[in-house]
Design a protein around this ligand. Structure first.
Ligand SMILES: Nc1ncnc2c1ncn2[C@@H]1O[C@H](COP(=O)(O)OP(=O)(O)OP(=O)(O)O)[C@@H](O)[C@H]1O
Ligand SMILES: [Mg+2]
Length: 252
C-alpha cells in the first residue's frame, strides 16, 4: 500500500492513564493502517480500548508513545492551528447522539458551520442538502425530541458531514438501535462511503455490524489488537479464541 492510499496510519501506539497511583494501559502497542475509501471495523468487549484508540486518530487523546499520521501528515508535528484543520476533516458519531434539544434539526446540522466564513443562506442550504442526503429533508424544522433514535442518528451523521470530513469515526453509533434501524444506518454509512469516498472507522461489539459493511477488521482485547485482517478471512478462519467467541455470539 503506497503512502497516498493510506488514510490513517497508527504506529506502535501506547496510551496509559494514571488512576489512584496505578498505571492503566488502555492501548498497548497497536499498529494499524486504514486504506483511503475503506470501511475499517474495530471490535472487542467493553474496556478493550476501542474508544481510546480512535480518539488517538485526531489526537483528542495524545498517545503516551507512538506515531499518528492522517492523510500523510504526522499529527504530532503539526501546530495547533494546523491540527484544528485536520480535526475538522475527521467527523465523529456516537451511541448518544448529543443533539442540541433547543435547536431544530436544521440548526443542529448547521452548528459546526457557525463562526465559519460562510453566509447564513449558504450555511442553511448546505445543511438542508445534508439532510436530504441522510433522508430527513422533511424534518428540517422539527426538534430532536420529535424524532426516533434512528432519525436522531441520521441528524448526527449529517452534522458530522457539515465540515466535509474525509474520515468518519463511528463509536458504537448503532448500539442503542434495534436491528432494523441498525441495518438502515449501516446502509446509509455504506452509501456515504460509496458516494463521497468517505473513509469510515467503525467501532462495534457486534460481528454482524462488521460483516455487513467492513472490509477489514481489528479485534481488540485488553488494549491490544489480537487479530486483524480482511473480514472474509476472519469469518472463515478466525485464529483467536476471542474472535471465535465474538463470532458465535452472532448466532444467539
Ligand atoms: N480518562 C481515563 N482515565 C483512566 N482510565 C481510562 C480513561 N479512559 C479510559 N480508561 C480506561 O481504559 C480502558 C479502555 O477504555 P475504552 O473506553 O477505550 O474501552 P472501550 O473498548 O471503548 O469500551 P466500551 O466498549 O465499554 O466503550 C478501560 O479500562 C478504561 O477504564
Ligand atoms: Mg468505547
Amino acid at each position: 500500500m503506497g503512502v497516498a492510499d493510506v488514510a490513517i496510519d497508527l504506529q506502535d501506539i501506547n496510551v496509559t492513564f494514571e488512576r489512584k497511583g496505578e498505571t492503566v494501559t488502555a492501548v498497548n502497542d497497536v499498529s494499524l493502517q486504514v486504506k483511503k475509501g475503506s470501511i475499517y471495523g474495530i471490535i472487542g468487549y467493553s474496556g478493550a480500548g476501542k474508544s481510546t484508540l480512535v480518539r488517538v486518530i485526531n489526537l483528542l487523546q495524545r498517545p503516551s508513545s507512538g506515531k499518528v499520521s492522517v492523510s500523510g501528515q504526522d499529527l504530532q508535528q503539526l501546530t495547533d492551528k494546523k491540527l484544528r484543520g485536520v480535526r475538522q476533516k475527521v467527523g465523529m458519531i456516537f451511541q448518544h447522539f448529543n443533539l442540541l434539544r433547543s435547536r431544530t434539526v436544521l440548526n443542529n446540522v448547521e452548528y459546526p458551520l457557525l463562526g465559519k466564513k460562510i453566509s447564513r443562506k449558504d450555511r442553511e442550504a448546505k445543511a438542508f442538502e445534508l439532510l436530504k442526503l441522510v433522508g430527513l429533508a422533511e424534518y428540517a424544522q422539527s426538534y430532536p425530541e420529535e424524532l426516533s433514535g434512528g432519525q436522531k442518528q441520521r441528524v448526527a451523521i449529517a452534522r458530522a458531514l457539515a465540515s466535509d470530513p474525509d474520515i468518519l469515526i463511528s463509536d458504537e453509533a448503532t448500539s442503542a438501535l434495534d436491528p432494523q434501524t441498525t441495518a438502515s444506518i449501516l446502509e446509509l454509512l455504506k452509501k456515504l462511503n460509496d458516494e463521497l469516498g468517505l473513509t469510515i472507522v467503525l467501532i462495534t461489539h457486534e460481528m454482524q455490524v462488521i460483516k455487513s459493511i467492513c472490509q477489514e477488521v481489528a479485534v481488540m482485547a485488553d488494549g491490544s489488537v489480537i487479530e486483524q485482517g480482511l473480514v472474509g478471512d476472519l469469518f472463515t478462519a478466525p485464529q483467536q479464541p476471542l474472535t471465535k467467541s465474538l463470532l458465535s455470539l452472532r448466532l444467539m
